[in-house]
Design a protein around this ligand. Structure first.
Ligand code: FCB
Length: 471
C-alpha cells in the first residue's frame, strides 16, 4: 500500500523519492536546519487525539463538559473518540518513527492519571509509561506538556484557575508525574499557552470553561503562572537530568497606519499576547501597559509570587501561527483590521512567516535572560482530501518551508533556536472548531480511523533522511 503510514519512510511517492534537493520543501544548503542537532519533530495534545474519555478511570475534564454544551464547538464535535490514540498509540508511534521525526511533543491528561483525592490512577499512568518507553526505544526525544488545557472538572467545580488552590494542586500533580516518569522524559513543559487558558477560557469564553470577564482572565493567568513557578523546582528535584520549561503562544501585531494611535494599538496587541506572559516569566513583573488596555483588572498577587513565577527556565517553547493587523479602537485598545489580498489558511489566519522571525529577534533584545528556544508548535489547517490514496497539501508544504526559513533567519541573527515541532502529527480535535479544521501532516479519516501520510510529511521525511545520511 503506497501510503500505508507505517511504511511511509520507504515508500515515498515516486515524484518525491526521485526528486533532488530542489523539491518544494527541502531547505537550502546554507540553512541551519541541516544541523543534525536541530531537533525536528511533531506535536499533539491529549484531549485532541486520545479519545477514551471514560476508560480506565479517567475523570471528566473541562473540555468534556464544554464540548457537550450545545453551541460551544462547531458541529457539536467532542473529544470522546478523537483519533482513538489511546488504543492506537503503538501504530501512531510507529508512524512517527517511520517518518524519521526525531522529537515528539505530547501532553498528559491530568484527569487520566490522578483521582479527585490526588491519588495516582495506575491504569492511566501506565498508558504514558508504555508510550514514553516506546519513544525511548525508538530514540525519539520526548517533550511532555503537563497541562494542555484538560483541567479535571472537579477542580473547575471549585473555581478552576480562578482559585489559587488549583496552582497547588498542579504542583502535586507535577510531583506525582515527575516521580513516576523520571528518566523517560527529555523535556518537561509545565503549561501549554497560558494565554489561551486564561483569555479564551476565562476572558472571552471561546474555550472551556467558557467564562467571559477580563478581571477573571488576569487572575486566572496569575494562578496559571504561579502553578508553573511552583512546578519548576518540583521537576528539578524529581527529574534533574531533564530540561524544564513552558510553552507560550506568541502573536505578531502590526499597525494599520503610521498614526501614533495605531502604532500604540499594535504595541498593546503584543503586550496582551506576549508580554503578559513573558514579562512575568523572564522579568518577574507584569507589563503595566496591560492594565491600560484592561483598566482595573490587576490580579491579586501575594508576596513572593513574582519570584516564584520567574524561576529560571532551561528552555522556552514558542507556538506561532499568524499576525494581526490592528488599529486603535478609539479607546484603550486595538481592533482587528483584516488585510485584503493576503494568503490565509483554513482557519482564516494570515500566513506571515516574517512575524516569527521578528518576534524572536525582538525577544532577544527585550529579554537579556532569554532561554534557549524550541518552536513547540507551528503549522496550518487546510481542507485536505485523500485522492487516490494521496493527500497533496501544497499550501502546507510552502507554509512549513517559509516558516522554517524564518527560523533559520532568526538563528542567523543570533537567536538560540534548538528545534521545531510541526503542529500537528495528525489531524485532530481542533478545540472550538472540532474536526473540520485539519492541522495534521497525517490525514485522519474519522469514520475508519485510517491514517494517510500527507505529502508534507513525505517531504519532511525525505529531508530528514537526507540529513541523517550526511556525513
Ligand atoms: C494552539 C494549541 C494547539 C492547536 C493549535 C492549532 O493554540 O496549542 O492545541 O490547537 O493551536
Amino acid at each position: 500500500m503506497a501510503n500505508d503510514a507505517s511504511a511511509a519512510f520507504d515508500t515515498l511517492s515516486p515524484a518525491v523519492s526521485k526528486g533532488s534537493l530542489a523539491d518544494p520543501f527541502t531547505p537550502p544548503a546554507d540553512s541551519s536546519l541541516w544541523r543534525k542537532n536541530f531537533l525536528l519533530g511533531a506535536a499533539t495534545a491529549s484531549y485532541q487525539i486520545e479519545g477514551a474519555v471514560d476508560e480506565d478511570g479517567r475523570l471528566p475534564s473541562i473540555w468534556d463538559t464544554f464540548s457537550a454544551t450545545p453551541g460551544k464547538v462547531l458541529a457539536g464535535d467532542t473529544g470522546a473518540v478523537a483519533c482513538d490514540h489511546y488504543h492506537r498509540w503503538e501504530a501512531d508511534i510507529d508512524m512517527l518513527a517511520s517518518l524519521g521525526l526525531e522529537g515528539y511533543r505530547l501532553s498528559i491528561a491530568w484527569p487520566r492519571v490522578m483521582d479527585a483525592a490526588g491519588r495516582p490512577n495506575r491504569k492511566g499512568l501506565d498508558f504514558y509509561k508504555r508510550l514514553l518507553n516506546r519513544l525511548k526505544e525508538k530514540g525519539i526525544t520526548s517533550f511532555v506538556t503537563l497541562y494542555h488545557w484538560d483541567l479535571p472538572q472537579h477542580l473547575e467545580d471549585r473555581g478552576g484557575w480562578l482559585n489559587r488552590d488549583t496552582a497547588y494542586r498542579f504542583a502535586d500533580y507535577t510531583d506525582l508525574m515527575s516521580r513516576e516518569l523520571a528518566g523517560t522524559v527529555d523535556a518537561w513543559a509545565t503549561l501549554n499557552e497560558p494565554w489561551c487558558s486564561a483569555y479564551l477560557g476565562y476572558g472571552n469564553g471561546h474555550h472551556a470553561p467558557g467564562l467571559a470577564n477580563d478581571r477573571f482572565a488576569t487572575q486566572a493567568m496569575h494562578h496559571l503562572l504561579l502553578a508553573h513557578g511552583l512546578a519548576i523546582p518540583v521537576l528539578r528535584g524529581n527529574d534533574p537530568a531533564s530540561q524544564k520549561g513552558i510553552v507560550a503562544n506568541i502573536g505578531r501585531g502590526t499597525a494599520n497606519s503610521d498614526s501614533a494611535a495605531d502604532q500604540r494599538a499594535a504595541h498593546l496587541f503584543e503586550v496582551q499576547h506576549n508580554a503578559w506572559i513573558l514579562d512575568p516569566l523572564l522579568k518577574g513583573e507584569y507589563p503595566l501597559d496591560l492594565f491600560e488596555l484592561w483598566p482595573g483588572t490587576e490580579p491579586l498577587v501575594l508576596d513572593g509570587d513574582m519570584q516564584t513565577i520567574a524561576a529560571p527556565l532551561d528552555f522556552l517553547g514558542i507556538n506561532y501561527y499568524f499576525r494581526m493587523n490592528v488599529a486603535s479602537d478609539g479607546a484603550h485598545g486595538f481592533r482587528d483590521v483584516p488585510l485584503e489580498g493576503v494568503e490565509r489558511t483554513q482557519m482564516g489566519w494570515e500566513v506571515y512567516p516574517d512575524g516569527l522571525r521578528d518576534l524572536l529577534t525582538g525577544f532577544k533584545k527585550t529579554y537579556r535572560n532569554l532561554p534557549p528556544i524550541y518552536i513547540t508548535e507551528n503549522g496550518m489547517a487546510s481542507d485536505d482530501k485523500v485522492i487516490d490514496g494521496h493527500v497533496d497539501d501544497a499550501q502546507r508544504i510552502s507554509f512549513l518551508k517559509r516558516h522554517l526559513a524564518a527560523v533559520d533567519q532568526a538563528i542567523k541573527a543570533g537567536v538560540d533556536v534548538r528545534g521545531y515541532f510541526l503542529w500537528s502529527l495528525m489531524d485532530n480535535f481542533e478545540w472550538a472548531f472540532g474536526y473540520e479544521r485539519r492541522f495534521g501532516v497525517v490525514h485522519v479519516d474519522y469514520s475508519t480511523q485510517k491514517r494517510t501520510v500527507k505529502r508534507s510529511a513525505e517531504l519532511v521525511a525525505k529531508f530528514l533522511k537526507e540529513r541523517k545520511a550526511r556525513v
